[in-house]
Design a protein around this ligand. Structure first.
Ligand code: PMP
Length: 410
């Protein structure tokens, strides 16, 4: 029997260079910092004042981190991580359902459930995994999603067979009309509906109208899931916007990350006993992923404790008010209503020039441009931290004044 010699018919691979060139041509290619610049910082540089990370020099003040309470370089948080690494280990070593379950995880989950006023909480390996795992585990028939929801919510929706209905950003009347339209269809009967929203939106600083959303959810029989990634640890009692608005009993799923105010890495879901038990069984990003690293859980516990019992939150909100007032009195338009202060510039080149001008004055606050935000709404995303002192805020304001004047923005 003769063998047909294998001949290569055509290239079935991937032209990665062409893909990168397309990005480069559209000035959309992103890169990590040049390694020599990162290396200059070394492993142990922990500059005071602005907290980590500092990009280029020790004098730079970072006004762009999500480390809102400045706790990543807090001694107590670092000690908690160190102690967990020394006693429990650097990694969980397996999924929680196999051998990766430790008291560090349970302690964190208990503290979080208490803060969130829920029966239970569950740690995930990231906020991304929490969103994707929870939405897919719930298997809703229809998901009503804010148009600016985080990518991990969008990806969770894509991974289900649910129909996703997108409503206008933070617009309860748009949500109402979508709910009404769906209820009027034959399919509307007998379906499970999930309304999902970020509480604080990271690029706009807006806060979802959660009370109105809960009113609508109750009227139409839907469940509400709130991603508190940018709010956890910052609002009432160290909780999120759900706590600030007293909605603990009306929001079925509270969810977030440990990587922002909680100064660590990982994600969480808080809710009823039944919800958490279902996630332990059905959330594939929980079941098939190694348990959260114990030092990350321990650091988050300590940070949550500090968020609840120290004046860090107060200091953050004072800095937010000072910075917002200063920027507005200089004529800048500041969007949103949270700790995230997006300074609207408009043109993408102007935003880049303003960010460069700030950087020359040792203020790190990046320009956010399309496609991250719509054309014509480029902005500088300014985020104070609890660890900035009054001088830091004044330095930041002075930099905005001078850099804006230089490029004729004000
Ligand atoms: N949700 C929101 C609103 C976020 O901003 C983020 C992180 N940028 C996530 C979820 C994902 O969290 P993590 O970084 O822990 O994966």
């Amino acid at each position: 029997m003769s063998m047909t010699p294998f001949t290569r018919m055509e290239d079935r691979g991937f032209d990665l260079e062409a893909r990168l060139e397309t990005l480069e041509d559209a000035t959309l290619k992103r890169s990590l910092s040049p390694v020599d610049r990162v290396a200059e910082r070394g492993y142990f540089a922990a500059p005071a004042g602005g907290g980590l990370p500092v990009l280029e020099s020790d004098e730079a003040l970072v006004f762009a981190a999500n480390n809102y309470l400045g706790l990543t370089d807090d001694q107590r948080v670092q000690d908690a991580a160190r102690q967990a690494a020394a006693t429990v280990g650097t990694g969980a070593g397996a999924s929680r359902l196999v051998t990766g379950d430790t008291m560090v995880h349970h302690d964190f989950e208990r503290l979080l459930a208490e803060t969130k006023s829920t029966e239970r909480a569950l740690a995930f390996s990231s906020g991304y995994a929490a969103n994707v795992g929870t939405i897919t585990a719930l298997e809703p028939d229809v998901i009503f999603s804010d148009e600016l929801n985080h990518a991990s919510i969008i990806d969770g929706c894509r991974l289900t067979s649910a129909e996703t209905v997108v409503y206008d950003h933070c617009d309860a009347s748009s949500l109402r009309s979508k709910l009404e339209a769906r209820a009027a269809t034959a399919e509307g009967a007998g379906e499970s509906w999930l309304i999902v929203t970020d509480s604080v939106f990271s690029m706009d600083g807006t806060v979802a109208p959660l009370t109105e959303i809960c009113d609508l959810a109750e009227e139409f029989g839907a469940w509400v899931m709130v991603d508190e990634a940018h709010a956890t640890g910052l609002y009432a009692n160290g909780g999120g916007v759900v706590q600030a608005e007293g909605l603990e009993d009306r929001v079925q799923i509270q969810l977030g990350t440990l990587s922002k105010a909680l100064a660590s890495q990982g994600g969480y879901v808080a809710g009823s006993e039944a919800l958490i038990e279902c996630l332990i069984n059905d959330a594939r990003s929980f079941v098939f992923s190694t348990g959260l690293a114990p030092p990350a859980a321990a650091a988050a516990s300590e940070a949550l404790h500090i968020a609840r019992h120290s004046d860090a939150r107060e200091r953050l909100w004072e800095n937010v008010a000072h910075l917002r007032d200063g920027l507005e009195s200089m004529g800048y338009r500041v969007l949103g209503e949270s700790q995230i202060l997006p300074v609207l510039v408009g043109d993408r080149e102007d935003a880049l020039a303003l960010a460069d001008g700030l950087r020359e004055r040792n203020i790190v606050a990046p320009a956010i441009r399309p496609p991250t935000v719509p054309e014509g709404t480029s902005r500088i995303r300014v985020v104070p931290m609890a660890t900035h002192d009054q001088n830091d805020i004044v330095t930041c304001l002075e930099a905005f004044r001078a850099a804006g004047t230089d490029i004729g923005l004000r």
